[in-house]
Design a protein around this ligand. Structure first.
Ligand code: SF4
Length: 216
């Protein structure tokens, strides 16, 4: 089983395959061969090339949104889909303003599109935020992806979709996609903040006494 996250030598990065874990994906010649073929495909090559250029040219200086703008320009994407969460309406408006100023056409679709009640997917009142599955509108990431596909967007952006709703958006998006920001309601949308504290204040949260704590 591959365990790159536990590898300290990182021979791949140093182009020294004597310094790897015993099981190393860099040494899986069959998969790596197939992978290289994929990069030969025009779109993949272009995305790979321009994302590396964006990384190199603004390294440590450009914020994520600036990198996204530069990447979209390099890729000549014009019509941009914005799949945003209702909890990020203000941010969605601001991002749209910024993107439009920078010459993009923005199609934005909120997660609540379709106005479908939560009962549609079998949710019960006790599994809703305010206690009524009939009155609460479910998030509809498939709708977001389908509407953006219908609008023939060149590229899609995800802004703050919930865990799992984003999964469905990624599953159904037809245009290539990147993420502006992930949602973390507790940390101001910075999910790594508690990870940085995982040996301190968050230790009990991440390593609960009862390992079944998060199984429900
Ligand atoms: S690819 Fe190989 S060398 Fe690179 S991190 Fe994984 S195990 Fe280590």
């Amino acid at each position: 089983m591959y365990q790159c996250a536990k590898c300290v030598q990182l021979g791949c990065e140093k182009q020294d395959l004597d310094k790897t874990l015993p099981e190393c994906p860099s040494k899986n010649n069959e998969v790596q061969g197939l992978t290289k073929k994929e990069y030969g495909k025009e779109e993949n090559k272009k995305i790979s090339y321009h994302s590396a250029c964006v990384e190199a040219k603004g390294y440590g200086q450009d914020t994520r949104l600036i990198e996204i703008i530069k990447f979209m320009n390099r890729m000549a994407y014009k019509k941009i889909g914005l799949a945003f969460c209702a909890g990020f309406t203000k941010e969605g408006r601001e991002v749209t303003k910024i993107l439009e100023y920078n010459g993009f056409e923005v199609v934005s679709v909120i997660c609540k599109n379709g106005a479908i009640p939560k009962t549609f997917v079998g949710l019960e009142d006790e599994n809703t935020i305010r206690g009524s599955a009939e009155k609460e509108v479910m998030c509809n990431p498939i709708g977001q992806a389908k509407i953006l596909a219908d609008c023939k967007t060149d590229f899609n952006l995800v802004l703050g979709l919930c865990v799992g709703h984003d999964t469905l958006f990624f599953k159904y998006t037809e245009a290539p996609v990147t993420v502006i920001a992930v949602k973390d309601r507790v940390t101001g949308h910075n999910p790594l903040a508690p990870v940085y504290c995982s040996e301190g204040y968050y230790k009990k949260k991440f390593y609960p006494e009862n390992p079944d704590e998060y199984k429900f």
